[in-house]
Write a protein that binds this ligand. Sequence first.
Ligand SMILES: Cc1cc2nc3c(=O)[nH]c(=O)nc-3n(C[C@H](O)[C@H](O)[C@H](O)COP(=O)(O)OP(=O)(O)OC[C@H]3O[C@@H](n4cnc5c(N)ncnc54)[C@H](O)[C@@H]3O)c2cc1C
Length: 418
Amino acid sequence: MKRLSPSVSSIDHSHTKFGRLWKTRPLKRHYDVVIIGGGIHGLATAYYLAKEHSIKDIAVLESQYIGFGGSGRNTAHVRANQRTQQNVKLYDEGLRLWPILTDELDFNLMFFNCGNLSLAHSEAAVSGFRLAINTATFSGVKSELLDPQQCKEVIPALDISDRPAHPIQAGMYHPPGGTIRHDALVWGLAKGADKHGASIHQGVEVQGIDVDGPRVTGVQTSHGPISCNKLAVMAGGYGASICTMLDIELPIHPLTIQAMVTQPLKPLLNCVLSSGAYHVYANQTLKGEIATGAHMDPQVNYTTDVTAHYFKHQAEALTDFMPCLEGVRFLRIWAGLADMTPDMAPILDGNVMFDGLYIDLGWGYFGFKSGPITGKYMAEFIAREEAPEILAPFALSRFLENRYMGETATTMKYGHWD
Ligand SMILES: Cc1cc2nc3c(=O)[nH]c(=O)nc-3n(C[C@H](O)[C@H](O)[C@H](O)COP(=O)(O)OP(=O)(O)OC[C@H]3O[C@@H](n4cnc5c(N)ncnc54)[C@H](O)[C@@H]3O)c2cc1C
């Protein structure tokens, strides 16, 4: 990986009107807590540790720049109508956090509460929606089944006739969801973590992990060794490979997801739209672009390269059920890594395999919406050395005990993992 040149991170902005949002502090040789990864999970955990648990001696080590990973590349969709009760509870609390966090950080996160509409194109998909809606309703989360005509009332551009390859049979409408500006969240959390005393070090790559018997004791970095009492691995798609430094093989596969935006258009898509059958999701940004993403590349890899295949796929999928988009041009495409577990739920654990080791990984498609709320609870976990009740179902041991969480139907096998 390329590192930031020291000259970039040491530019003095003190003469400018706004100054920098966070300080560049000297890199010490010891911290109470070291967090690997300057994405929203690492930054949120640092923020809450410093703010709510008075643990200030924290270093967030980021090999590139904050937001380099999935946190700066996602399509920023937020919602709470997951499939399982444990997930709904966490994501619902996450959704309620946005206005609070905007105030606390004194930073406009641009939460746009436009709602989410997922489309079903088969009887099986409608049954899946019924199950998800019941789970959400049971937890007090608003989610309802719409018929095709009602879907068209939400998004008039939808073609609800029998013409598309997969005619629309129903929709799952979730009014509390929407979008957030992803860079704003990264910058706001960095500002908040710094304000409460945590230090953020960009361009510092972790290259090894030190242990003493059953305990982790520190990290080897591109800038020398750093010892710590507690170590949190929150490195998104790179986290599983970092754990192999401790000979821990997690049931996580890194896969590439691509996303792209069209030229700006007049408003036509007034909520977040998704379709499993077409493997497509989309929203219209405040600039008017249609931001759209798709399914993941099927092979395990660490590339963030993009492919022409996805332009074609997105164009064909979107125009099949929203024909008014025909002729619209794509302007930009990018890719990022998703750390997929077999049950599409994350691994949130502490004192796992080694004393002092904390893991917050395996978010796949869902790690943006859950970032701040998970950071809040991971901070509590690290400070009190006991899993908060809401995180307990996400322990690594569920894979050993065959307690898969069912966020997706899966038959993937991890026979090699123990
Ligand atoms: C195209 C795309 C669309 C997505 N859309 C959505 C969405 O709409 N909604 C949603 O909820 N989620 C979405 N996601 C998923 C979401 O972005 C991620 O789950 C989330 O950002 C993970 O955050 P993180 O903080 O755990 O990791 P990251 O943001 O990936 O941060 C990890 C950081 O660790 C750093 N790092 C890696 N190795 C080292 C090392 N050795 N030393 C130091 N630092 C290291 C990396 O540089 C990186 O900055 C999407 C992802 C992609 C790629």
